[in-house]
Design a protein around this ligand. Structure first.
Ligand SMILES: NC(=O)c1ccc[n+]([C@@H]2O[C@H](COP(=O)([O-])OP(=O)(O)OC[C@H]3O[C@@H](n4cnc5c(N)ncnc54)[C@H](O)[C@@H]3O)[C@@H](O)[C@H]2O)c1
Length: 126
């Protein structure tokens, strides 16, 4: 689960664990030793969660963590629309390229952003 540190992601982690799943939960790396909203989950829930930190924009990192997963729930995003006008590149890199980083053959992607139905491959820039 990318964006597992976020509002929706953390609740989805909770729901999947309640359903019997084991979840690898990606939080955006920070230097505060925080996993965002995941820090509010119970010890019992967290026992079924592997928490890792990283960045969806990092292709090699994403290849490593997606490997072996059954499904990727992709919820990592920059969500502040007004700020997207001030810093559009960061939004493209996270919200558009970030999704393509989750792509791997035979791994299903479930994404919150419904505007992109197929993986976008930017082989020229990667
Ligand atoms: N909250 C809502 O009501 C709502 C409604 C409809 C759709 N959505 C969509 O659901 C998704 C998640 O929304 P949310 O409300 O949980 O937002 P959120 O900001 O709480 O969670 C997004 C998470 O993505 C992480 N993130 C950002 N950049 C990252 C990066 N480069 N690498 C790794 N992680 C990164 C952030 O740390 C953050 O915790 C978004 O796509 C949003 O547009 C949300």
């Amino acid at each position: 689960m990318t964006g597992a540190d976020g509002f929706i992601g953390s609740h989805l982690v909770e729901a999947l664990v309640a359903d019997g799943a084991r979840v690898t939960a990606l939080s955006l790396y920070n230097s505060f030793d925080s996993h965002g909203w995941l820090d509010d989950l119970t010890e019992e829930t967290l026992a079924s969660v592997t928490r890792i930190r990283g960045d969806v924009r990092d292709a090699a990192f994403m290849r490593r963590i997606v490997d072996g997963q059954e499904v990727v729930f992709h919820l990592a995003a920059l969500i502040a629309i007004p700020h997207s006008y001030a810093a559009p590149q960061s939004y493209v890199e996270t919200n558009v390229l970030g999704r393509s980083m989750c792509w791997k053959r035979h791994v299903k992607i479930v994404s919150a952003a419904s505007c992109i139905r197929r993986p976008v491959r930017f082989t020229a820039v990667l």
